[in-house]
Design a protein around this ligand. Sequence first.
Ligand code: SAM
Length: 397
Amino acid sequence: MIYILGRQPAIGLAELESLYDASSLRPVGDYAAVVERDTEVNFGRIGGAIKVGKVLATIDSTDLNVIKKQLESIITTHLTSLPEGKFKLGISCYGLNASPARINALGLGLKKAIKASGRSVRLIPNPETALNSAQVLNNKLTSELGCELLLIRDGVNTIVAQTTAVQDIDAYTLRDRGRPKRDARVGMLPPKLAQTIVNIAAANTPPDYGAEVFDPFCGTGVILQEAALMGYDITGSDLEQRMVDYTDANLLWLLTLKENRVTPLSPDKRYYRLEVGDATTHKWANPGGIVASEVYLGRPFTSVPDNEILQKTINDCDTILKKFLANLHDQIQPGTRLCLAVPSWFVANKINHLRTLDQLPHLGYNRISFVHSNDKDLVYHREGQIVGRELLVLTRK
Ligand SMILES: C[S@@+](CC[C@H](N)C(=O)[O-])C[C@H]1O[C@@H](n2cnc3c(N)ncnc32)[C@H](O)[C@@H]1O
């Protein structure tokens, strides 16, 4: 299978490397990754990839004219395995030197070849070089009578794949904006990023063995929500009672969703455990085996702070992270894996990292690096934002 990566490919690769292993993963350009594995992780739980497809062929050229000729035979052979009826075709290109106009022309050529083979087809026009998730979903291109061809440059070759799933954007919007309790002050963790954090923390521990995801800075509960939807047991805590109440309300709301497959564990309909507690000192009832959390990010900044305020904020966040890691250390098993989103600050073309990141071995943790991503690229950040979220992956020594 081949994944098309999201806006920050290094983060998507780290997620895939956690779910599969590094040796079965091969990055393709900075936009895709091939995974050579028989079993596929449910695409709905992956936050850092926007599409997944099955590889149909590899063409030893990146020239659209050569690709077109070979595609005609690939697509007409492929059509023989589809049911009768009018069928929809879309094309998305990644890494190729192709304008939307050239891709549309390629599509018209394919349409002609398909018609000549006796099938009727509707071509989805390309406003951009790649169709977005909404265009793929609205045109039902992943259904039986649809086909989105992915043309993905792989060095001097082009991989031809057929999309099998795309991100369900409406479901993400519902799980983000539809929740009864939100709080702009603690920040809005996008559900997709929450999925990535859980996947990196859980790595190859599947949800079906009663594995538990623990978030000690749960806020409004986005990480716990996404972990529960994947099927993990969940437990969380927060310094503020109000935040614990928000998480509680949001998780109960999750049970009412049609799509939800979460089963309540107890008669009061709660399928989770929540506590109020200061993560720097609290003794948890059971801190769980997979730690996935977005820790305290400091005060939100909408404009560049003066240096004194910035240094004070970094110090405050450093103190909380360091004390939290020390407190947690004695309460979890050696080998426990953690994925923490911690703050870093983008000021004057420089990234200011927490100093605690240099003291991890001393605190009893090993930092995990990835084969296919550099640590420095694992910072979730949007242009113009001051505070980024750095993904810190650790194991307890
Ligand atoms: C960045 S927010 C997490 C937001 C969360 N991911 C969500 O889905 O809403 C950090 C949370 O840490 C909590 N917090 C701050 N200091 C804490 C501490 N010492 N112990 C536990 N929680 C703390 C805040 O109340 C806040 O809810």
